[in-house]
Design a protein around this ligand. Structure first.
Ligand SMILES: [Zn+2]
Length: 376
């Protein structure tokens, strides 16, 4: 069976943030908890958000979102949510803030512990419509979490697990490309490579979902046509708009499943001894996973080449490696600071990740270890 679902109401335009008051009223949200991080505050985006809120709302704020969301941060934000009598959430930021918001929205009306709701632990049917309403406002163009049904959260025991349910999809996504104008070049590149990886992995997923494939290819073409311009000139509003749309489209296609890149980047992102950016990990891993999958995706690789205007038989792995170089991404995992002694543990964890099942070429522990070594 193919489960094909498109649910989120998205408001997409430059300046869309100014309509936030209407969204709150339509959702009946009277006391939202704002979830963000200190960088959002420093960038002045929190003030812009508050300016868009009706009087008296938006006083409850949680700013301690870590770079990779954790169970303890979810519980800390939940304490604020309860003590302030909140009835919903506004998550503004990158994927971390939005995923953290999803975790709080879940536990606001579902008993703990959090782990019981993880997808690989059989938690999907335990997540009900009682999830608190969430408005997602992305300030990067990468994660797609604003329209995705998944939250990636590191448990206190170190496992980075996916929490997946249609009930976790934000009730509203406000996609305002102007909010990304101040994003530094390095983050524009890293988050943009995350969006590109979402489009490629969901397109290559073997599940039957032609609408998702069409959206993924459209997102890929938009992102490839814009990422270098957005990185070179952060004030290029057309490039920012196209990158935000590509990220949104990548997120819409998550339902088709991701693949080996994310199966590996999820456990790598959960490492406690080093904080690794999700998009940068994906950028480094993508060429190696493209090489691994090639024998099982000849037709789809031909379509990607054609859509990107590349010659027949062009080496896609080399193409994306060259793109990484032009974007000043690191070229290896060791350059990122991945410790060599974790590789076999990461390979094992990748086989258990929820994204592994939809990689086009079945991958076992040895296959993941070989990919890690080639990317190291
Ligand atoms: Zn991702």
């Amino acid at each position: 069976m193919s489960l094909i679902t498109y649910l989120t109401t998205v408001r997409f335009e430059a300046g869309a943030l100014s309509g936030l008051g209407n969204d709150l009223n339509e959702l009946g949200m009277k006391a939202p908890l704002i979830v963000a991080d200190r960088g959002i505050e420093r960038a002045g985006l929190l003030d812009r958000l508050r300016d868009a809120l009706p009087d008296g709302r938006g006083m409850a704020t949680f700013l301690d979102t870590p770079p990779n969301p954790t169970e303890s941060a979810v519980l800390a934000a939940l304490t604020v949510f309860r003590s302030q009598g909140c009835d919903g959430l506004i998550a503004i930021g990158g994927g971390s803030a939005i995923d953290l918001g999803k975790g709080v929205a879940l536990l606001a009306n579902h008993p703990g512990p959090l782990a019981q709701y993880a997808a690989i632990l059989g938690g999907i049917p335990k997540i009900t419509a009682a999830v608190a309403p969430l408005i997602a406002i992305p300030t990067t163009a990468g994660t797609g979490s604003e329209v995705g049904r998944a939250a990636l959260i590191s448990l206190d025991d170190g496992r980075k697990l996916g929490f997946i349910s249609p009930h976790l999809i934000p009730k509203r996504a406000i996609c305002d490309p102007d909010l990304t104008l101040g994003l530094p070049a390095s983050l524009t590149a890293a988050t943009g490579m995350d969006a590109i990886t979402h489009c490629i992995e969901t397109y290559l997923s073997p599940r039957y979902n032609p609408p998702a494939e069409a959206i993924a290819l459209d997102g890929l073409v938009r992102a490839i046509g814009s990422i270098e311009r957005a990185v070179a000139d952060g004030s290029d509003r057309e490039a920012r708009r196209e990158m935000m749309m590509a990220a949104l489209e990548g997120g819409l296609t998550f339902q088709k499943g991701l693949g080996a890149v994310h199966a590996l980047s999820h456990p790598l992102g959960g490492l406690k001894q080093v904080s690794l950016h999700h998009g940068t990990l994906n950028a480094v891993l993508l060429p190696h996973c493209l090489t691994f999958n090639e024998s099982h995706c000849a037709q789809k690789y031909a379509v990607i080449r054609q859509r990107l205007g590349l010659a027949a038989g062009h080496d896609l792995a080399a193409h994306f490696q060259a793109l990484n170089t032009r974007l000043a991404m690191p070229s290896t995992l060791s350059e990122m600071g991945v410790p060599p002694d974790c590789l076999s543990r990461i390979a094992e964890a990748a086989t258990a990740d929820h994204s592994s099942a939809t990689n086009p070429r079945p991958a076992d522990r040895d296959a993941y270890l070989a990919i890690l070594k080639s990317a190291f």
